[in-house]
Structures are given as structure tokens and as C-alpha cells.
Design a protein around this ligand. Structure first.
Ligand code: ATP
Ligand code: MG
Length: 646
């Protein structure tokens, strides 16, 4: 039995929704989606209000997804212009640099002026509605300005994470045929400089990139760059003399707002294309409800704008809701392990949203770096990106939030646009490791291997059986791959690619990616459960578990374990950990192999890439596939050298 944390009564007393509101609104949202989303859609400023709300078919032979289709709007007008009257002097963005001395506050009025000037800049460079613009910037306010300026013109942005290599950047430019690339001289990360402009120069040498007419360079660090005339232009010179007046271009609700590539945990990244109207309705509404947003909140999501979390919950959701959003350029452990908590105190952050990978890394360092800071301003915590191990959840709750702050564990994907399964903090009691219940309008289902929908307590593949407004509309330039990836395995449904379990309270537990499920003697085991058991051991900081060939069981369990700072692996500890998992879950989950891992292969967004570990566990080190989206490809060599099956 997992632990249940009831809703904090004082939090609930002041929150937007209680449990019976959730029950009532959820029932309405799934029984009458048109009525529900028609009403919620009115939260936006429409240039032409929609009369048609939903037109969707998930049938692979007639696939179409349209929301608010005859409506017209502009995203930047919703995020900026309409805030001016009430919130013109409110801070829209708090920028916190990599260097703790570097921070800046930008009001809605200032942001509006910058966006208009930059939109005029793009217009003068010939950017028109429908053009693609690649954004390869650090986490600086110019990234948000660039995104909003594209939206103002109806240009489609493709943000590429600043940590990606020239090859990854080139691949995305080729795929989207971008006309303009927006970058900076350099980025900063943990005191080091990242050569962004040099990377752009290298990317643009690659074949297929000559769609790019202009490269706009933000002078950020002041590092020397080579400017190639007439292609390369400085942001600040282009902005000189631009008017701060730029009428927003009305676009149809289904017009693409952006294309964004998935993080590549399971293979070649997919260019996920999102809409304008449905997307903005869904993400602004989830942002308001899941974070129980109030006018005076200081909201901080640590995600990079290169990921969907940065799009929906650093830039568009908060600004559309008139919130104050923090943009952080740095990392959790620079200059030291207290950085997150120092930033929280410095800016009086009240809502904090981060990823399990960061929580586990900080947990490794113990409680002292957290306790050095006050954190008294915090009232709500969030998690996203991977299943959060119950151990990490408890630590986040107890040490970071001092048992005062509810945790929202939010399950969603690049493809879903926004949060799909999550507690509403004033309404839903939480269980560590469970994303709990579906958001309004979201209809999850669990199917077995044959595709039969399971009722009640169940485990299997997670589907969504009906559309929601924030859903992906296609894979850019490859509609066939879109249909095949998401709608063919279980026709009539959206297939998430994740596995889940539903418990006796109807709560959902994400068990990991379906591709990663291990089948031991006919029992299906999700990676999350075994990993969480390992992480629950006081000496274990992180663990990744994969299946490996096993003569008797079909598949065996191969575990990679990173120990907490100061511990070293020994045969005794290996035996202890194996016995520990056996005791925690049962004999079926006993690891057959346990390898010490000084580092685990992770994507740039911090997700463990198990397909690589599977190949190492299968003794196929020459078949690792694409490892270009790894944050640190060098960890792979050690794991290959030390592998236990050769
Ligand atoms: P690719 O699709 O290219 O393999 P990716 O799936 O890692 O990449 P994202 O869209 O960034 O790219 O990640 C979504 C995935 O992250 C989900 O499908 C799920 O596996 C995992 N995830 C996100 N949030 C949670 C959560 N709260 N609990 C469990 N898993 C989560
Ligand atoms: Mg995915």
C-alpha cells in the first residue's frame, strides 16, 4: 500500500478548486467536451470568436484534429497586449543569469515594446506568416522575445536547445527549412562559455541548410565571433530605430504556432507541430489550474525553452495568464548545490516546477545545502519529465517543501502540449510516485497487449481515447509517420508510448516507456518500479533498469546503479542491493546483474536513455544507435568497458 497524503486543508481553503469541483468539472468535460471547451475557450481574446469548437477523428483512415477552427487570434496579443491595461507595470519576466550577480526584471509594458520592435525587425527581413524561424539561444529573455515576435507575425518557430551540436541544429534546420536563425555570440553554463555562433556557422556549412537567409546574433557574453556579411546581423543594431508599434497578425486557430522536436529518448526526434488556438487554451488553462495560480505568485519553471515544458510553462502559459515567470540560465549545482534555493529566496518564488533528474542530483548532496536557505516563500512544488521515484518525492516534500507545499507530479509529453495527468493541489490527495488523476477533458485508458481496454485496477499501455485542444496536429513534413506512430497501434485512440498502472482509487502510475517494459517469466515489469526500489536504498543516488537475455526467464533484469557521493561499489554492497530489491518488490524483481555506473546516459533534457543501456546489457556495444542527443556521450564508454556480460 502506498502512502496517501491528504490535501493540505489550509492550501485547499484558499485554492481555486476542491475535490467536488474536480469531480463535477471532470464529468462535464468528458460528457460534453464541446460545451466545456467552448466555455473555457472564452478565456482568450479572439479577434474572431470561434463558433465551431471540435472536429476530430482518430480513425487512421480519416485522421483530423481541429479545435476552434473558424476562430482567429494572435498568441502574442493574448500574452502581451491584453495584459497592458491591468498589468502594464507588473513584472512579466525575471531573468536570473548563470552568474548570480546577473539578473533583470522586465515588465509587461517593456516586453510588449521589445516584442513589437523585434517583430518589425523580422518583418523587414522578409519574414511573413507561415515562414519558419529557428531559435538557438540560451535561457535569456531574448528567447521569449523571439518566440513572441514570431507569433506576432504568424511565423512558425522551431526552438533548438542551445546545448545541441552543429549536426543536431543542422538536422532541424534542414527539416524545417528555416529562413532565419536567431542565436547569441555565446551561452553561459556553470561558468563556462558555449560557442553558439560558432555552432551555427558549422551547422550552416551542412548540405540542405541554404534556406537560411539571415542569422541574427544577440551579443550576450561579448565573446568574439566571426560575422559573415551580409548574412549575419547583430540583434541590437537591427533593433535600432525600430518602431514599438506592430499590429498582431490574425491567424486561424489551426495555424501552426511552432514545431518542436521531442527529446529523442526512444529514437530519432519527431518534429511535433502544435496549433495556435487549441494549444493556447489548453496550456493557459492547465497552467492556471494545476499550479493554482494567483495574481501575486512568482512562478519558476526550471526547464529550458528548448523543451516543450519551456514553451508551455515558462513562456506561453504564464504570460497568457499575466503571471511573473522566472527564466534561469544556470544549472542546479553552480556556483554550489544551494543555487536553486538561493534563487527562490532572492526572487521570493512561490511556485517551483522542476524535473526528477535535478531532484535526485540535489538529494545526493544531502539536506545541508537546502537548509542553508529559507524557502519560506514557496507554496507549491511541481515535477515533470520522468516518473518521480517515491524516495525523491518524499525528499522534495519533506526537505524542500517542509511538508507545507503540495507536490504536483505532472505527466505529459511534447505531443500533448500541456499537462494531462496531475493532481490539482487543492483538490486531489497525493501518493508519492503517482501522477494521480486526469486533467479536465482528458480520457485515459489502459489496454493489455491484445488491445483490450481494462477496467478498474489494471496495468498496460496508456492510451488517450479522445482529443484535447492542446494535442499535436502532425509531425512536420511527415503526416504518415504521425499516423503510424500514434494512431495505428490502437486505431481510434492516441497511443502515448508509455505504460501505466491504475490503482484501486483510480490513480495513474506511469511505469515507464512501453519499449522499456521487461518481461520476466511472463510477468511484465515497468522500469520505474525497480528503479524506485533501488533509489530507496540510502546508498543509491540513481538507477536505471533494463531487460537482458536470460535462458530460463526469457528476460532478466540488468540494473545500472549510481551511488551517492562518497560511496564506492563492492561485492558486498551489490549483494545487499539485490536482496533489498527482492525484499521491496518480491523475488520476481530480483536483478540478475548489477553494474556500478559513475554516470548514466541521459538526453539533454535529463531523461535516462534506456535503449542504450539495453544494448550494453545485451552485449551489443556496437549497436548503440544514435547517441547524438545524449548530454554527455562520454559516460557510455565506461559503461561499455565495465559491462557484466561479454
Ligand atoms: P522521444 O519521444 O523522442 O523518445 P521523449 O519522449 O523523452 O522523447 P518528451 O516529450 O520530452 O520526449 O517526454 C515525454 C515523456 O516523458 C513521457 O512520454 C514520459 O515517458 C515521460 N514523462 C514526462 N513526465 C512524466 C511524469 N510526471 N511521470 C512519468 N513520466 C513522465
Ligand atoms: Mg516521447
Amino acid at each position: 500500500m502506498s502512502k496517501l497524503y491528504p490535501v493540505n486543508p489550509s492550501f485547499a481553503a484558499a485554492s481555486r478548486l476542491r475535490r467536488d469541483d474536480y469531480t463535477r468539472l471532470y464529468a462535464e468535460s468528458v460528457s460534453d467536451p464541446e460545451g466545456f471547451w467552448g466555455r473555457i475557450g472564452q478565456r482568450l481574446d479572439w479577434i474572431k470568436p470561434p463558433t465551431k469548437i471540435k472536429d476530430v477523428s482518430f480513425d487512421p483512415k480519416d485522421l483530423h484534429i481541429r479545435w476552434y477552427e473558424d476562430g482567429e487570434l494572435n498568441v502574442s496579443a493574448n500574452c502581451l497586449d491584453r495584459q497592458l491595461e491591468k498589468r502594464g507595470d507588473k513584472v512579466a519576466i525575471i531573468f536570473e543569469g548563470d552568474d548570480p550577480k546577473d539578473s533583470r526584471r522586465i515588465t509587461y509594458r517593456e516586453l510588449h515594446a521589445e516584442v513589437c520592435k523585434f517583430a518589425n525587425t523580422l518583418k523587414h527581413l522578409g519574414v511573413v506568416k507561415g515562414d519558419r524561424v529557428a531559435i538557438y539561444l540560451p535561457m535569456i529573455p531574448e528567447a521569449a522575445v523571439a518566440m513572441l515576435a514570431c507569433a506576432r507575425l504568424g511565423a512558425i518557430h522551431s526552438v533548438v536547445f542551445g546545448g545541441f551540436s552543429p549536426d543536431s541544429l543542422a538536422g532541424r534546420i534542414v527539416d524545417s527549412q528555416a529562413k532565419v536563425v536567431i542565436t547569441a555570440d555565446e551561452g553561459r553554463r556553470a561558468g563556462k562559455h558555449i560557442p553558439l555562433k560558432v555552432n551555427v556557422d558549422a551547422a550552416l556549412e551542412r548540405p540542405g541548410t541554404n534556406s537560411v537567409e539571415t542569422v541574427i546574433v544577440v551579443r550576450h557574453t561579448g565573446g568574439a565571433v566571426h560575422m559573415q556579411s551580409p548574412r549575419d546581423r547583430y540583434w541590437h543594431t537591427l533593433m535600432e530605430g525600430q518602431s514599438a508599434d506592430c499590429a498582431p497578425t490574425p491567424v486561424e486557430a489551426e495555424h501552426p504556432l511552432f514545431v518542436l522536436y521531442t527529446s529523442g529518448s526512444t529514437g530519432k526526434p519527431k518534429g511535433v507541430q502544435h496549433s495556435t488556438g487549441g494549444y493556447l487554451v489548453f496550456i493557459s488553462y492547465t497552467h492556471e489550474q494545476v499550479f493554482d495560480l494567483r495574481e501575486d505568485d512568482i512562478y519558476w519553471c526550471t526547464a529550458d525553452v528548448g523543451w516543450v515544458t519551456g514553451h508551455s510553462y515558462v513562456v506561453y502559459g504564464p504570460l497568457c495568464n499575466g503571471a511573473t515567470t522566472v527564466m534561469f540560465e544556470g544549472v542546479p549545482n553552480y556556483p554550489d548545490h544551494s543555487r536553486f534555493w538561493q534563487v527562490i529566496d532572492k526572487h521570493q518564488v512561490s511556485i517551483f516546477y522542476t524535473a526528477p533528474t535535478a531532484i535526485r542530483a540535489l538529494m545526493r548532496e544531502g539536506e545541508a545545502p537546502v537548509k542553508k536557505c529559507s524557502r519560506a516563500s514557496l507554496r507549491l512544488l511541481g515535477s515533470v519529465g520522468e516518473p518521480i521515484n517515491p524516495e525523491a518525492w518524499e525528499w522534495y516534500y519533506r526537505v524542500v517543501g517542509e511538508e507545507r507545499c503540495p507536490i504536483v507530479d505532472t505527466w505529459w509529453q511534447t505531443e500533448t502540449g500541456g499537462i494531462m495527468i496531475s493532481p490539482l493541489p487543492g483538490a486531489i490527495a497525493t501518493k508519492p510516485g503517482s501522477a494521480t488523476l486526469p486533467f479536465f477533458g482528458v480520457k485515459p485508458a489502459i489496454v493489455d497487449a491484445e488491445g483490450t481496454v481494462q477496467e478498474g485496477v489494471a496495468e498496460g499501455n496508456l492510451l488517450i481515447t479522445d482529443s484535447w485542444p492542446g494535442q499535436v496536429r502532425t509531425i512536420y513534413g511527415d503526416h504518415q509517420r504521425f499516423i503510424e506512430t500514434y494512431f495505428s497501434a490502437y486505431p481510434g485512440n492516441y497511443f502515448s508510448g508509455d505504460g501505466a498502472r491504475r490503482d484501486e482509487d483510480g490513480y495513474y502510475w506511469i511505469t515507464g516507456r512501453v519499449d522499456d517494459v521487461i518481461n520476466v517469466s511472463g510477468h511484465r515489469l515497468g522500469t520505474a518500479e525497480v528503479e524506485s526500489a533501488l533509489v530507496a536504498h540510502p546508498k543509491v543516488a540513481e538507477a536505471a533498469v533494463v531487460g537482458c537475455p536470460h535462458e530460463i526467464k526469457g528476460q532478466g533484469i540488468y540494473a545500472y546503479v549510481t551511488l551517492v557521493a562518497g560511496e564506492t561499489g563492492s561485492d558486498g554492497l551489490r549483494k545487499e542491493l539485490i536482496a533489498w530489491v527482492r525484499k521491496e518488490i518480491g523475488p520476481i524483481a530480483t536483478p540478475d546483474y548489477l553494474q556500478w555506473a559513475p554516470g548514466l546516459p541521459k538526453t539533454r533534457s535529463g531523461k535516462i536513455m534506456r535503449r542504450i543501456l539495453r544494448k550494453i546489457g545485451e552485449n551489443l556495444p556496437d549497436q548503440l544507435g544514435d547517441i547524438t542527443t545524449l548530454a554527455d556521450p562520454s559516460v557510455v564508454k565506461n559503461l561499455v568497458d565495465e559491462r557484466l556480460i561479454k
